[in-house]
Design a protein around this ligand. Structure first.
Ligand SMILES: Nc1ncnc2c1ncn2[C@@H]1O[C@H](COP(=O)(O)OP(=O)(O)OP(=O)(O)O)[C@@H](O)[C@H]1O
Ligand SMILES: [Mg+2]
Length: 423
């Protein structure tokens, strides 16, 4: 039972009696539903988390502030990802939503009107009816695929359900297995499945009971790189097929960018930015977000000219003092004299040889001159490391055919409009 115990895939699935589960199979809109089952409110908000705080006592007077007041909403059918480094509070947030952890303060509401948690109310996990999948495969190894997926409906009591209920359960299991791409796998022991297939069984079990909020905590981290990539596509397909509202936790930027409708980037118990993947990547709201999303060159500097559109920054890095770059603030108006970092995405950088001979750079370009100190061939691209100051280096990914070699003197160019100024 180790896997099942550790996994506890469906909050509430194991304690729930059969009658309600069977009712869910018959008619998910039937009366008598628990909070999680109800249809969403008119404005399409499925989940609302308001100022959630979780402080753990860790002996004596020592405490850990795992969540320092996070707020967000998840719309009907939306795929929202909580992204952030280890220890930033992602799992704590998910566990509070599931009811596996009780927050220190804050409010959690489903469907616009039903409070799961506030100062007076605490709805226990088994009444929230949310499907949850954890990092470990968390399927019962001694059971078949059918029994794993059917468990939330039957509570494992195979013999005691009537013929009609039994048929409904089998139909529902077949439907779910079809959607997770395991059609006909009912009799297989889960031990005889690959990691990705086992994780799909776990997802099937989490959604079999007409769950309308699916919580996924790093469900792909046990899988190899290729399978992870495949499963990203699968998870999106499954969540669309069932119109599921999903909160997904990961520390993997590529996963978050490729799967999400919106991403909440978390840092030390707070949300630093909540926006679409494009917005998060192209207009990070802080240097933390910019750096966490990866592939950002940063150069320290001071604002010398603040404009509505473009601002100018004088670099302070050794060897670059006096160089001024222009860029766009992603964090609101900047004040002259304030310290910022200039962020350059490697794939937006052009590396030019003999810039002067080519008539110089266009007037809307930032230019840094330097020397190529490393070249890595990556198939489609080459990654260059260019030393642009005594202690400043810039990484650029350029098409493989770009004629640049180690030791070359080059000019590194980025359009003003693509240069980020981050607080
Ligand atoms: N039961 C607990 N008791 C005490 N501290 C805890 C407990 N659970 C989590 N924490 C602490 O709360 C903080 C947030 O933990 P959490 O598990 O939410 O992080 P996470 O973002 O999910 O990290 P990871 O990516 O490593 O899973 C961490 O500092 C962690 O040590
Ligand atoms: Mg975690």
């Amino acid at each position: 039972m180790a896997a099942a115990g550790a996994g506890c895939i469906m909050t509430g699935a194991y304690t729930d009696p059969l009658p309600r589960a069977a009712a869910a199979v018959r008619d998910p809109n039937a009366a008598g539903m628990t909070a999680g089952e109800q249809m969403s409110s008119g404005d399409g908000t499925r989940l609302e988390v308001e100022n959630l705080v979780k402080t753990y006592e860790i002996g004596g007077r020592r405490t850990v502030e795992a969540l320092r007041g996070i707020s967000f909403t998840v719309r009907d059918g939306e795929f929202l990802t909580l992204l952030g480094p280890s220890g930033c509070g992602k799992s704590t947030a998910l566990r509070c939503i599931a009811g596996l952890e009780s927050p220190t303060s804050g409010r959690i509401t489903v469907d616009g009107s039903t409070d799961l948690v506030n100062e007076r109310i605490y709805v226990p996990a088994h009444k929230r009816k949310m499907g949850m999948v954890f990092q470990s495969y968390a399927v019962w190894p001694h059971m078949t695929v059918r029994d794993n997926v059917a468990y939330p409906l039957t509570g494992g009591r195979r013999r005691r359900i009537s013929g009609r209920e039994r048929r409904e359960v089998e139909e529902k299991v077949a439907e779910v297995l079809r959607v997770v791409g395991l059609e006909g796998f009912q009799p297989r022991g889960v031990n005889a499945l690959s990691g990705g297939q086992q994780q799909r069984v776990a997802v099937g079990r989490a959604i079999v009971r007409d769950t309308n909020l699916l919580l996924l905590d790093e469900p792909l981290s046990n899988l190899d790189a290729q399978l992870r990539r495949q499963m990203r596509v699968e998870f999106r397909r499954i969540s669309r097929a069932f119109g599921l509202t999903t909160v997904y936790v990961t520390h993997d930027q590529a996963e978050a960018l490729s799967m999400s409708d919106r991403i909440a980037v978390m840092n030390a118990g707070r949300i630093e930015q909540l926006a679409s993947p494009e917005e998060i990547y192209e207009r990070p709201a802080s240097r933390f977000v910019g750096r966490f999303l990866g592939n950002l060159n940063t150069l320290e500097g001071e604002v010398v000219e603040a404009g509505d559109d473009l601002s100018a920054v004088r670099l302070t890095a050794p060897g670059l003092e006096g160089t001024t770059l222009r860029g766009v603030s992603t964090t609101g108006a900047l004040a002259v004299g304030s310290e910022v970092v200039v962020g350059l995405r490697p794939h937006l950088i052009e590396v030019v040889q003999d810039a002067a001979a080519r008539g110089g750079a266009a007037s809307d370009m930032n230019v840094l001159n330097g020397k190529v100190i490393d070249v890595q061939y990556l198939g489609v691209f080459r990654e260059l490391l260019v030393e642009v100051g005594a202690q400043a280096q810039v990484r650029a990914t350029v098409p493989s055919h770009t004629p640049v070699a180690l030791g070359d003197t080059v000019s590194v160019q980025t359009p003003h409009a693509r240069t980020l100024l981050l607080r």
